[in-house]
Design a protein around this ligand. Structure first.
Ligand code: SF4
Length: 486
């Protein structure tokens, strides 16, 4: 649905978007044949959830049986073999939010609903979802944000002047098809051999702590991965407690999509009690600790997600915020974005914060939207939410960082090339006398361009879309080894 079409709907209350309070619902998991006997007690157990994740086509077939046609399974199999940059890992909680309202009937009755479903669209991508003309942008790269270039210790990215990103581990309880850290996160797929951290986990965390202690200009640590929900709680608590001992650290943000994908993790008594201890220390030292989660569609926000969010707020976390990703087929529509924001805010006390444009990783063109469309979406969602809860749509520009989509310096809409500036030096520019006058480019998906622009790219684009180039892997491995030696 185009942005314009979407806005012409819903004029029943005189507004383009007719706000209505919606009660959250946990879809009935027993509608899937494989879970017809699963009890509420099993469902609430994080161990049961982890043990019953869907990891491959065979397990999906065992769960759904013939409710979904063979052509869907074949489509998925082909994607896994030829396109997928992430291996499959879907917790039951997330699986249950796919086609939640579709009528379950005879064989094939869920096929259309599965093809159309927004959560399925990014968690279980199939071959026919992807573009066949420009499946990857010529400028797509495995580490599109150049985070490895800016590592100051293995897994510690120092890109902005006062904040760092600490990738504690390379795994998550769920794998999203569009993951921007596809270079490192998850298991290798037939198309992408993942990089591996070189140092031992304890040594890596020690190097990160060392950097934080000797760098007083850093006040803000995003503790991420992967997903911190995959770190044993005792180890995470130990790391956080040590970070809280550093005087200059004033903000800590824990990145976990599991709050949405596996809320059962955050509802464990051990985790709630541990978070209360950490939040207590943070409060006594005047440090703000928050959770950042990642929901892309309103269907993902269920009563269990709301319960997990409330549990974390009750434990003393200052805020739970959402950083979604703007994705075609999922949420790139003003109604879908506003539905999600209101479900987060009204239903789960989660603050809508950012929507990131999908990064320029390989095979992501069917998900990405142009900067122009992102600007229009931002315009259309203004004025409905409280100002403090109106998310900004941001473009993560390579070598720059997050920029609000209206902040570009210039924009060639025919070729889909936007130019961006920055007002600080990243860690790799400190020694170069960098004058900060450079501009940096971001590229729209080519299939969204007018014919003239598409013709230009056909002539000038490197049509070798095997963007998972071996040289890139070799270079990244070399950098990791160099860091290790350092
Ligand atoms: S949860 Fe985050 S890090 Fe993990 S696969 Fe999804 S996007 Fe990537």
């Amino acid at each position: 649905m185009s942005i314009e079409t979407s806005l012409s709907l819903g004029l029943d209350n005189g507004q383009p978007y007719p706000y209505q309070r919606v009660e959250l619902v946990e879809p009935d998991w027993t509608r899937f044949p494989g879970w017809k006997d699963v009890t509420a007690e099993q469902w609430a157990s994080v161990q049961w959830q982890r043990a019953h994740c869907v990891k491959n086509v065979k397990q999906l077939r065992e769960l759904l049986g013939d409710l979904v046609d063979d052509r869907f399974y074949a489509d998925l199999e082909r994607d896994q073999a030829e396109r997928a940059t992430m291996s499959m890992l879907v917790p039951p909680q997330m699986m249950n939010t796919m086609a939640p309202h579709a009528a379950v009937g005879g064989p094939g009755s869920l096929t259309d609903a599965f093809y159309a479903d927004p959560v399925r669209h990014y968690m279980i991508p199939v071959f026919s979802d992807r573009r066949t003309d420009w499946s990857s942008h010529p400028h797509a790269t495995r580490d599109s944000l150049h985070e490895h270039d800016m590592w100051v210790a293995e897994g510690l990215t120092h890109r902005y002047p006062t904040k760092v990103l600490a990738e504690l581990l390379p795994t998550c309880p769920q794998y999203c098809g569009h993951c921007t850290r596809m270079d490192l996160v998850g298991n290798s797929t037939p198309t992408v051999e993942k990089l591996k951290f070189v140092a031992k986990p304890t040594d890596r965390l020690a190097s990160m702590m060392d950097y934080l202690r000797r760098t007083p200009s850093v006040r803000d640590v995003v503790v991420s991965g992967g997903d911190v929900a995959n770190m044993p709680w005792a180890r995470l608590e130990d790391f956080l407690t040590r970070v809280l001992e550093i005087d200059n650290i004033r903000d800590i943000r824990l990145a976990t999509k599991a709050l949405v994908g596996l809320p059962q993790h955050w509802l464990q008594p051990e985790v709630q009690e541990g978070m209360a201890r950490v939040a207590g220390i943070a409060r006594s030292r005047g440090v703000s600790i928050a959770i950042h989660t990642h929901a892309n569609h309103a269907n993902s926000i269920t009563p269990l997600v709301a319960e997990a969010s409330r549990a974390m707020l009750d434990a003393g976390v200052r805020d739970v915020r959402n950083q979604g990703v703007l994705l075609n087929g999922v949420n790139a529509d003003p109604h879908a974005l506003l539905d999600l924001c209101f479900a987060l805010l009204d239903g789960a006390q989660i603050m809508p914060y950012y929507f990131y444009m999908c990064d320029m990783i390989p095979y992501s063109e069917h998900w990405r939207v142009s900067v122009g469309d992102a600007q229009r979406l931002q315009h259309h969602i203004m004025g409905y939410l409280p100002g403090f809860a109106t998310p900004r749509i941001v473009c993560d520009v390579p070598f720059v960082g997050k920029r609000w989509v209206h902040q570009l310096a210039s924009y060639d809409e025919v070729r889909g090339i936007s130019h961006w500036t920055k007002n600080y030096r990243t860690s790799i520019e400190m020694d170069e006398g960098h004058d900060m006058s450079s501009t940096y480019e971001y590229y729209d998906p080519i299939h969204t361009l007018p014919a003239e622009g598409q013709a230009w790219w056909a002539e000038h684009g490197d049509l070798d879309t095997s963007a998972l180039k071996a040289a890139e892997v070799a270079e990244a491995s070399r950098r990791m080894a160099a860091l290790q030696a350092y």
